[in-house]
Design a protein around this ligand. Structure first.
Ligand code: NAG
Ligand code: NAG
Ligand code: NAG
Ligand code: NAG
Ligand code: NAG
Length: 467
């Protein structure tokens, strides 16, 4: 194969140099984007989500955007988003010590996902599901970093349930609700996660024969109640009859107007695993480019996956609930960064519940300096030296370098420009820790790409421009 030829055109605009480079294959490495595309519209732009054969899809929106039914008003600033991302990444990384991917498992030790919760305030995408019969709409956070789904349940007073916009789910009004009994296998599997005191003794309802659950998230949020069985409506006419979820009678900590959480991690309690007999354990989602857009969450894989590029996923031995991929390279504006291979060892946890991607020291420093060099035409906002924020006031368009991530197997993913790279005008990458420590891929970088978690096949697929 011929090596790519790069053609560069230097443009002099108002005294600043902007180079628009195109690789020999015709792909541009810089993109001119209107500054309007950075802004979130006040009006929700809906797109219809159709269900494909053998798949079920539900619309997915940003909880701080105009499409969220229970819209939260506290949209975090970039600095706050950075802080929330760091808290969550630190918590996840502390639970998933590096190097565990290669450890031998002790003979006879039962492999259980010894980890339930991550901090919730970094989570930004929600889906609206119908719970019970008749179905009651519930807005739940989407989380690939944990697996137990729950909603706040009535009866619950203001000290045990935080205020939410939708009415509380009331199991007494549903004809299909049933608490899971203490002695059932489903409860025993939940109980085997003994670190979290799940099972009969922690029953929120006070009735010992019911299966209790309890989740504590990093950052102090917690929920406990009765592990329950209920009908879940994913989309009109698509009902999962026996969905197991936590009916939360006691919540605490900083929760913010969402009704509950949908766990997508890799464990028996997660929605994709519970529905694997029907949907094969696969799921996908597409996060919209801006918070006024609509994406989708789908259960099941398309029968023809030729539009996807796949990289393999490595399970972490003791923390099998996480999805981990191997990042092997990064390019900025078509130029490959020289990153020592060892720096990227440790893997990247794919975490839709986090915001900003966290990279080890050297890859982060190289990415930041290459990006700043490529964006030298624009004034940086004087701020924290860790932040790379631009002041685009007075610009109607800006030229942004493409940022591409290469994963094991040679799969290269171009991040969306600008919304997969910049958040509120700031470079949406931060430092996770020392080289070789690993990192996490946050939701900004996932925007507009359909991410297909083929859990049984042990691979993660990307399809660009899917929403
Ligand atoms: C709320 O309910 C719980 C449990 O039923 C009870 O212990 C608590 O005192 C109640 N708090 C208020 C403010 O009513
Ligand atoms: C506890 O569960 C029992 C049996 O399902 C039910 O009758 C009762 O109303 C529940 N109590 C509360 C406070 O939810
Ligand atoms: C899969 O879809 C691609 C286009 O996306 C098409 O070219 C190919 O023929 C399809 N394969 C099968 C087996 O249907
Ligand atoms: C951004 O630039 C404009 C125009 O140059 C200036 O008025 C404004 O103070 C700058 N804002 C920040 C946050 O630096
Ligand atoms: C970018 O903005 C400049 C000045 O406002 C304008 O002349 C130019 O046509 C714009 N370029 C694109 C590609 O929109």
């Amino acid at each position: 194969m011929a090596s790519p030829v790069f053609l560069c055109i230097l443009l002099v605009i108002f005294g600043s140099y902007l180079s628009i480079c195109a690789a020999g294959d015709g792909k541009q490495s810089f993109v001119v984007v209107s500054t309007r595309s950075f802004q979130t519209e006040d009006v929700c732009s809906t797109s219809t989500v159709t269900s494909w054969p053998n798949r079920a899809a539900a619309p997915l929106v940003h909880r701080h955007g105009p499409c969220a039914k229970s819209q939260s008003t506290d949209k975090p600033s970039f600095t706050e988003a950075l802080h929330r991302s760091r808290v969550r990444a630190d918590y996840i990384m502390s639970k998933a010590p590096r190097g565990t991917t290669v450890q031998e498992q002790d003979e006879g030790k039962v492999s259980i996902p010894a980890y339930l919760g991550t901090s919730v305030d970094s989570q930004e995408y929600v889906v609206t599901l119908g719970l019970g019969t008749p179905a009651v709409e519930q807005v739940v956070l989407l989380d690939t970093g944990s697996y137990l789904s729950w909603v706040q349940c009535a009866p619950c007073n203001s000290s045990d349930c935080y205020p939410q916009k939708d009415p509380l789910f009331d199991p007494r009004k549903s004809s299909t609700y049933a608490p899971i009994s203490c002695g059932s296998d489903v409860c025993k599997i939940l109980q085997s996660d003994d670190k979290l005191n799940n099972g009969c003794s922690m029953n929120g309802n006070g009735t010992q024969s019911q299966c209790g659950y309890r989740v504590e998230y990093g950052g102090g949020s917690k929920t406990s109640g009765v592990y329950s069985n209920e009908a879940l409506t994913l989309a009109p006419g698509i009902v999962i009859k026996d969905f197991h979820f936590g009916c939360g009678y006691k919540q605490g900590g900083p929760n913010d107007k969402f009704d509950g959480l949908l766990g997508l991690g890799r464990a028996p309690e997660s929605l994709p695993v519970q529905t694997s007999a029907v949907y094969g354990g696969s799921f996908s989602y597409c996060l919209p480019p801006v918070s006024s857009g609509t994406g989708f969450l789908a259960l099941g894989a398309p029968s023809n996956t030729s539009a996807f590029s796949f990289t393999s996923m490595t399970p972490l031995m003791d923390y099998a609930t996480f999805y981990v991929v191997e990042l092997t390279g990064i390019s900025v504006g078509g130029k490959q960064l020289h990153i020592p291979r060892k720096a990227l060892e440790g893997g990247m946890i794919v975490d839709c519940g986090n915001i900003i991607t966290q990279l080890p020291t050297t890859p982060h420093a190289k990415l930041q300096s290459a990006f700043r060099a490529a964006m030298a035409a624009y004034p940086l906002v004087p701020s924290d030296p860790d932040e790379t924020c631009y002041n685009f006031t007075g610009y109607s368009n800006v030229t942004v370098p493409k940022v591409a991530l290469t994963f094991s197997g040679g799969v290269t993913i171009d991040l969306d420009v600008p919304n997969g790279v910049l958040l509120d005008g700031c470079l949406a990458f931060a430092e996770s820790g020392p080289d070789g420590y690993g990192g996490t891929i946050g939701n900004v970088q996932m925007r507009t790409s359909e991410m297909l978690y083929d859990v049984r096949g042990g691979r993660l697929g990307f399809r660009a421009g899917a929403c």
